[in-house]
Design a protein around this ligand. Structure first.
Ligand SMILES: NC(=O)c1ccc[n+]([C@@H]2O[C@H](COP(=O)([O-])OP(=O)(O)OC[C@H]3O[C@@H](n4cnc5c(N)ncnc54)[C@H](O)[C@@H]3O)[C@@H](O)[C@H]2O)c1
Length: 399
């Protein structure tokens, strides 16, 4: 069976490698020529433990290759971005242009027996839109188009394990799509189990999972603001509360970032603004947190001319992903307040990230005041050096 993976980013590339490991003949396709050139040159373009080794093995076995041309295939996986944008009224809207354009491309080479698996996280009814687009381009009647929405739920940093061991939801639009998609995942999965449902439930399932985490983190962030007023340690409080067998509060931080948790709740809110009250409140609480941290930092600085050194710009520890990062938002808010900001993001190669000077760890320690936004391993291993400076710890790293 030949499988083409469309979109070779954080999700598509590890997925392509895992499918090749399971014995499928896999073609990786991306509209970004540089990505294809890098991969054809034997290198990967994202940071993920174990990925380079697995990539080299799959290519050496001859099961995995990359192409700038989209050819015929038995199965098309779509793992393209699904960001949001703000319309003229400031409302959050899902940007489905990438899904639509991938669908139109696949539709041009689609045959009636082919399966299209949508792995991107999408708002309700997007699989239906994809089936319509595929039908328009291929001429195959829409009710005969085999589409399954199988949302990806791996965590960056542990993808190669979770791709084989997480349970998978197969939300199919036809019985044939359900059978075909389930048989592929069953071949890939070691411990994980396949759960079959319809496409709309699968779309909502993924959004529900990430919104659950956003709401939980919003609660933790709210507690951190309350504890600050009370003068007690929120990290100790949560640790003690979590001793309760049915309580599991997540960790507060500088906000919520990344392409998933900070984005997906808006996909529910966009379609159900009257009902999604808790979801909106959580989003607003998390989006406000960098402003709260910025005010605390300014209040703690000795002189307005002090330099603030921000430890970490990505959205979570030990990853290079900068999308929707609240640490970057914090830097920009501080800059708007006239504060001189430098940052150390060891996973970013550039010396400047979105107008923020990105310096070495040794250099950032020269700042007058430090803000710990992430528990990167580099920072955890150098707590003693950080402790020599006044600091504000947003993530409880220094205990
Ligand atoms: N990153 C994560 O941790 C994660 C986890 C679970 C789910 N997801 C979801 O997976 C999807 C992909 O996310 P990602 O982080 O891999 O994005 P990404 O930006 O890292 O990669 C997407 C890739 O798709 C390519 N692309 C865009 N249009 C294309 C087209 N028409 N044909 C072929 N390639 C095209 C881009 O060039 C890019 O390389 C999103 O919907 C995201 O919400 C991401």
């Amino acid at each position: 069976m030949k499988i083409t993976v469309m979109g070779l980013g954080y999700i598509g590339l590890p997925t392509a490698i895992t499918l090749a490991e399971a014995g499928f003949e896999v073609c990786g396709f991306d509209v970004n020529k540089k990505t294809i050139e890098t991969l054809q040159g034997g290198h990967i373009h994202i940071v993920e433990p174990g990925l380079q080794e697995a990539f080299e093995k799959a290519v050496a076995h001859g099961h995995l290759h990359f192409s700038e041309e989209l050819g015929k295939s038995d199965v098309f996986y779509i793992s393209v971005p699904t960001p949001f944008f703000k319309d003229e009224n400031g409302s959050h809207k899902a940007d489905l242009r990438f899904v639509e354009s991938a669908g139109r491309m696949a539709g041009k080479v689609l045959e009636p027996s082919n399966l299209v698996i949508l792995e991107s996280t999408v708002p309700p009814h997007t699989s239906e839109m994809l089936a319509r687009v595929l039908s328009e381009e291929s001429g195959i009647p829409m009710n005969e188009i085999h589409v399954a929405h199988c949302p990806e739920r791996v965590i960056p940093g542990n993808m190669m394990y979770e791709l084989k061991n997480n349970d998978r939801i197969v939300g199919a639009r036809t019985p044939e799509a359900a059978e075909m998609a389930a048989s592929i995942y069953e071949k890939v999965l070691e411990k994980g189990v396949v759960h079959k449902t319809d496409d709309l439930t699968a779309e909502m399932c993924k959004l529900t999972e990430n919104t659950f985490r956003d709401v939980n983190i919003a609660y933790a962030n709210e507690l951190s603001v309350i504890c600050d007023k009370m003068g007690i340690d929120v990290f100790e409080l949560i640790k003690l509360a979590n001793c309760h067998p049915r309580v599991n509060i997540l960790t507060p931080g500088v906000g919520v970032g990344g392409h998933c948790i900070a984005v997906d709740p808006w996909f529910i809110y966009e379609q159900f603004p009257a009902e999604a009250k808790v979801i909106l409140a959580a989003r607003e609480r998390n989006e406000n947190k960098p402003h709260f941290v910025a005010d605390k930092v300014v209040a703690k600085m000795k002189k307005v001319t002090d330099t603030v050194g921000v430890l970490g710009l990505s959205y979570k520890p030990d990853v290079d992903d900068l999308r929707e990062s609240p640490s970057i938002e914090l830097c920009h808010i501080l800059q708007e307040k006239g504060v001189k900001v430098i940052a150390c993001e060891p996973f970013a190669k550039d010396t400047e990230v979105q107008n923020i000077p990105n310096v070495s760890f040794e250099e950032v320690l020269k700042a007058d005041y430090l803000v710990i936004t992430l528990g990167h391993t580099l920072f955890k291993e150098n707590k003693d050096k950080i402790a020599e400076k006044p600091y504000f710890d947003c993530v409880g790293m220094m205990e």
